[in-house]
Design a protein around this ligand. Structure first.
Ligand code: NAD
Ligand code: TDX
Length: 348
């Protein structure tokens, strides 16, 4: 029997991973551990909360003693670690929250696993979910490979890079069976509207300005979140111990081109004149230390594990917009309260 601990399962990507694992592996016990910060929302996984192989645990990974207790009580055999502070802009205003959760929290989980497994690593796996931002910023050409040197430039990416280093150190020093993946920008249902795509969808629906940092020429490589969840499932079971896998969508867009595409798709779906939403585009002050371009070379996971993205960007974006149209209550709930304060501070 596998006892799989998923951290951060009430967040954007984590909720898709939890759903995937609960439905795909009825014989495994899936424990979803989440502190329910502003980014965590149990509504994201309401559909599977009554599944017999699922349990939610509200806990903070910064509490090391509690992590050790949970590893023992649930006899955890596998961990998929996604819990993190994840928004670059918030890391610029409050870097220490990122050090605490992303660095200390990851250290606590490694320690808890090491102590509980006690050198018996047979049938165990510590899977750490990370980001392409650890590799730094690309110019107009080139890609991030698994052996690209780390060069993080924001407090967020530096904290993720630190956690990746810690995880690798536990492999080399203690023989811990670890695996790491570094993924490009995700998009899709349940994405919190502080990140570019859901923020734009929300603002278009509310006829608010669409804030584009700098000239909008920064480039991101977008992957549909459900494809990331499948990649994570694949790596958990087929990934080789000690290895890193890059995950990406072969789908590079400059921010301004992406915004224009999204605006036109929204106009089309709202049945109004194309060009209406684009009138809301507003160029604002650039993000401090704004990385210019991310682009993943995902050849390794494709060749070695047989994973490729399943949906095109057109399909994924269309499904995403439809989800936000059909889940206006979700959007209203997450944008009431603290979100309004955050938005005012960030953009006014
Ligand atoms: P998210 O912010 O939507 O969700 C994070 C979740 O972690 C939330 O449910 C939150 O409540 C929980 N959490 C935060 N601090 C915690 C703590 N101290 N203890 C327990 N739970 C805590 O993030 P996301 O976008 O779903 O990202 C998930 C993971 O994937 C992160 O590790 C992130 O670095 C990585 N990642 C994200 C992207 C992306 O595009 N969003 C891309 C590559 C990698
Ligand atoms: O209002 C905005 N205006 C704008 O121009 C926001 C929120 C963003 N942007 C730009 C900044 C980036 O170039 O859009 C691009 C995407 O921004 P985010 O959605 O904040 O994502 P990014 O900073 O690229 O980081 C994301 O991808 C990697 C996730 O938030 C990370 O968790 C992940 O690791």
């Amino acid at each position: 029997m596998k006892n799989i601990l998923i951290t951060g399962g009430a967040g954007f990507i984590g909720s898709h991973v939890v759903r995937r694992m609960v439905t795909q592996y009825p014989d495994a016990n899936i424990y979803n551990l989440d502190a329910l910060t502003y980014a965590g929302n149990l509504e994201n996984i309401k559909d599977i909360e009554k599944a017999t192989n699922y349990e939610f645990i509200k806990a903070d990974i910064v509490d090391g003693a509690l992590m050790e207790k949970i590893f023992v009580e649930k006899d955890i055999t596998h961990i998929i670690h996604l819990a993190a502070e994840s928004h670059v802009d918030r890391s610029i205003t409050n870097p220490m929250a990122f050090v605490e959760t992303n660095v200390i929290g990851t250290g606590n989980l490694l320690q808890a696993a090491k102590k509980h497994w006690n050198g018996n690593y047979n049938g165990k796996k510590f899977y750490h979910v990370s980001t392409d931002e650890v590799y730094g910023s690309l110019g107009e050409t080139g890609f991030f490979y698994e052996d690209t040197a780390y060069d993080p430039r924001s407090p967020y990416s530096a904290s993720k890079a630190s956690s990746d280093h810690l995880v690798r150190a536990f492999y080399h020093t203690y023989g811990m069976p670890i695996v790491i993946s570094n993924c490009s920008n995700n998009y899709g249902p349940n994405h919190f509207p502080e990140k570019l795509i859901p923020l734009l969808i929300n603002n278009i629906l509310n006829d608010k300005p669409l804030p584009i940092y700098g000239k909008g020429d920064n480039v991101r490589d977008w992957l549909f979140v459900k494809d990331h969840a499948v990649a994570i499932d694949t790596i958990l079971y087929k990934g080789k111990e000690g290895e890193t896998y890059n995950i990406g969508g072969h789908n590079e867009w400059s921010n301004i081109d992406l915004v224009r595409l999204l605006c036109d798709k929204m106009d089309e779906k709202l049945g109004r004149e194309i060009g209406t939403a684009q009138k809301l585009i507003t160029f604002v002050k650039d993000r401090a230390g704004h990385d210019m371009r991310y682009a993943i070379d995902a050849t390794k996971i494709e060749k070695e594990l047989g994973w490729t993205p399943s949906v095109t960007f057109e399909e994924g974006l269309s499904q995403t917009i439809d989800w936000y149209f059909e889940n206006k209550d979700w959007l209203e709930n997450v944008t009431s309260g603290d979100y309004a304060n955050y938005y005012d501070k960030m953009y006014s």
